[in-house]
Design a protein around this ligand. Structure first.
Ligand code: SF4
Length: 265
């Protein structure tokens, strides 16, 4: 009897966050939009009038609920390493685009920022196996570090903390409930920042064209999980396709349908 109501509460939570995204103007991007390998997903989330994959949405929300719970409790402590100033938002204008950055944790005392990533056990086992963070997560932290440095003149270090949402195994690697893995990033890489500045400009132009001319579906207008990092970082162009499985818009996405037809998903 109450399952329906609980599902609706969870769905409403997503809608509230989506409504916040829709308040952004075409001249503004969030740091998470800039690092997103898929510009189509940014478009879907900004426009918000498309049908959602409700099951995938639950997975997205599962991560968000755990993420928000942890950051709120860290903020309420305000002590030790994690002396949080959650209200601090670092904005930076690059090529007439206002980029809004909001790290999960800003530790002013130790000049450090922390980004929390909730992750399923397969994803966690994969990160453990590789021994390095996902490229988009690394770029996100580097972008925050660059933004803070540009705004304040202070160099901050960064950390990415992965938190598993459940226990499981993948390729013989065990992951425990709420297992955590931390990666420290001493400084940002200027060539990564150069890539992100160029990407922000491309994303901003594509978003404007897609929304104003309603031509998101035209071939070549958007970058997707298939190609946006591959050209620059030399990773396989299928490296980020797994993100499509967890995308709440995959049921309406023409690229998702195409990748499935091609047997890539
Ligand atoms: S399904 Fe994949 S290609 Fe389509 S919007 Fe989502 S992440 Fe992008």
């Amino acid at each position: 009897m109450y399952v329906k109501e609980i599902r609706e509460i969870i769905q409403d939570d997503y809608k509230i966050r989506q409504a916040e995204r829709q308040l952004l103007t075409l001249g503004e991007l969030t740091a998470t939009e800039v690092i997103n390998p898929c510009h189509a997903q940014v478009f879907f989330r900004r426009v918000g009038k498309f049908e959602l994959n409700e099951d995938t949405l639950m997975t997205v929300e599962h991560g968000s609920i755990l993420h928000d719970w942890i950051t709120e409790h860290l903020a309420s402590k305000g002590l030790g390493r994690y002396s949080i100033r959650k209200e601090l938002v670092y904005n930076l204008t690059i090529a007439n685009i206002l980029i809004r950055g909001h790290p999960d944790v800003i530790d002013l005392e130790n000049s450090a920022i922390v980004e929390l990533k909730t992750i399923n056990p397969v994803g966690m086992a994969f990160v453990k196996m590789r021994g390095e963070p996902h490229l988009d997560h690394l770029l996100q932290v580097e972008l925050y570090m660059f933004m803070i440095h540009s705004r304040t003149g202070r160099k901050f270090s960064g950390s990415i903390v992965y938190i598993s949402r459940a226990k499981g195994y993948y390729k013989g690697i065990e992951v425990k409930d709420l297992e955590m893995l931390e990666f420290d990033i001493k400084d940002y890489e200027p060539k990564h920042i150069g890539f992100l500045q160029g990407k922000a400009k491309i994303l901003s132009d594509q978003l404007r064209k897609s929304i104003e001319e309603n031509r998101m579906y035209a071939e070549g207008v958007v970058e997707t999980t298939r190609n946006s990092y591959a050209r620059v970082f030399g990773v396989e162009d299928t490296e980020y396709l797994w993100k499509c499985r967890f995308c709440e818009y995959n049921i309406v996405c023409p690229w998702y349908a195409r990748y499935r037809e091609e047997g890539l998903l």
